[in-house]
Design a protein around this ligand. Structure first.
Ligand code: ZN
Length: 489
């Protein structure tokens, strides 16, 4: 059984997705020295003690997915020819009579042009493409732990639109661009949701990716070798092609431009790259320091960052968005950056970096339980400010949260949302208030043991409200039932 909800969706107007749109009013420039230095090797954050908790069973079947891509990108004609190979081992626990692929580009008329498919090396034409769902009835059922190889050839005709998938005059974004095998819940089935659009705005995220191993080979069209490509992994050049490997990743997102400037910083063994446009060179160069500081404090608070690189891209659209190993910051955040810390560039860099833990490492169903990543990432902004700008903690609370007077049960799904602002206020902002009250109730030690255990035990699995509260019970004897009835429905 799939977990599908059908809604009236006008996809031509799915314009603004949104992990985060800025909600802090730009403040007047403040007199503050510009600090472009790295954080000290040891910050004031104590390493949390190793949790000794009983392991929980996974909520999601292990995935066993490997993707190999050959991409030919024509930046100026706005299409991509793709050869995609999928090696899938059935670790679902069920015998599968069909495989499902979800195809986000198919939501854009004419964007996804499937040319051919093979299964186990044989031509295969029995597929059905319905909206974004590509169903592959199998010639023979796939028993547990059996493997299958699937190959697809297709062209992506990129839509002209601002967003994580599409192109503008100075940027091409490949987010959610390839058919993927969605998460699978044993006994329940493929996790499949529809987007939620309110007043022409896409509210929240709805695709639930399991982890997969990626190898991506990119060739640019003739004469386009100088187009810059931002990727979530370090590039290797092999015979004129750009080659990337990203293990155990939820997504592999690419951004290209012939106008990017780039600043790189290696901090604690992680290569941090910031790609930005010339008019925002000041903020763009500083982003690597903001990201380095975020990685440092969150590694200490939540567990080690497991990747060799983190890439930040200035978005030619008006929100921030997390992907695995790469995130976008809206062009709107850069213009107001003044070198101080009271701005969205600082806040949202911390927020999106935190998604490397609460999205990339720990999965959650972002359509049904978005508070699990968004409340934690919003609260992570506070952790950043407590560490680096303790004098601005009150400012953060007042401007980021209290100004909007958030209320409501934080565990709504995206389909409960009546609009982006209401959704943000409840899930992100009231969610942060819940976590703050929880920390006060159980104490710093138990609170951060909870978060490190939550990351460690849910690595590459779909965490749930139940997972979270089971771990909470393991770290504290404090009665938190009053908080639960205050913040949850
Ligand atoms: Zn977010």
């Amino acid at each position: 059984m799939t977990r599908t909800r059908t809604f009236f969706v006008i996809l031509a107007v799915v314009l603004l997705a949104g992990c985060v749109r800025g909600n802090v009013t730009p403040t007047a420039p403040i007199v503050e020295p510009i600090t472009a230095t790295l954080p000290p090797a040891e910050t004031a954050v104590p390493a949390p003690p190793t949790p000794t908790l009983t392991p929980q069973p996974p909520a999601e079947a292990a995935a066993g997915i490997r993707y190999d891509f050959d991409l030919s990108i024509d930046y100026y004609s706005h299409f991509v020819d793709v050869l995609q190979k999928i090696e899938y081992q059935n670790q679902s626990g069920d015998t599968l009579s069909e495989i499902v692929l979800l195809v986000y580009p198919a939501l854009f008329p004419g964007s996804f042009a499937l040319e051919s498919m093979e299964i186990n090396g044989q031509p295969y034409q029995a597929y059905r493409l319905d909206n974004k769902r590509l169903t592959l009835p199998l010639p023979r059922a796939l028993a547990p732990f059996e493997s299958i190889s699937i190959q697809l050839k297709y062209r992506l005709n990129l839509p002209a639109r601002e967003g994580t998938y599409g192109w503008t005059a100075r940027q091409t974004n490949l987010g959610n661009w390839h058919p993927f095998i969605p998460a699978y819940l044993p006994g329940t089935g493929w996790v499949e949701h529809d987007p939620w659009v309110v007043n022409e705005f896409l509210v929240g995220e709805f695709l639930v990716y399991p982890s997969a191993d990626y190898r991506v080979v990119v060739r640019m069209a003739d004469g386009q070798q100088t187009v810059t490509l931002a990727a979530p992994a370090v590039e290797q050049l092999v015979e004129g092609a750009r080659v990337y490997e990203l293990p155990a990743a939820r997504t592999f997102t690419i951004s290209l431009s012939d106008q990017y400037q780039m600043t790189e910083l290696v901090a604690n063994g992680v290569t941090i790259r910031s790609y930005y446009f010339a008019e925002h060179a000041y903020g763009g160069a500083e982003v690597v320091n903001l990201a380095a500081k975020s990685l440092d404090v969150f590694s200490k608070r939540f567990g080690q960052f497991p990747r060799e690189s983190l890439t930040v891209v200035e978005a030619d659209f008006l929100h921030g968005m997390e992907f695995d190993g790469l995130f976008y910051l809206s062009r709107g955040f850069y213009g107001f950056y003044d070198g101080g810390a009271q701005n969205n560039l600082t806040i949202i860099t911390a927020h999106e970096t935190a998604h490397q833990w609460f999205f990339s490492l720990v999965h959650n169903d972002q359509a049904l339980e978005p508070w699990l990543d968004e409340a934690l990432c919003t609260y992570s902004e506070l952790v950043y400010y407590e560490t680096y700008h303790p004098e601005l903690v009150d400012w953060w609370w007042n401007n980021r949260v209290n100004f909007f007077n958030p209320s409501g049960a934080i565990n709504i799904n995206i389909y409960d949302a009546t609009g982006y602002e209401a959704y943000r206020d409840t899930v992100y902002l009231n969610g942060a208030k819940f976590l703050a009250e929880l920390r006060t109730a159980i104490g710093d030690d138990a609170f951060f043991r909870l978060l490190t255990a939550y990351v460690e035990q849910n690595r590459n699995k779909i965490a749930t409200r139940e997972t979270f509260f089971t771990l909470l019970d393991a770290v504290t004897d404090v009665d938190t039932s009053g908080l639960v009835s205050k913040y949850f429905k």
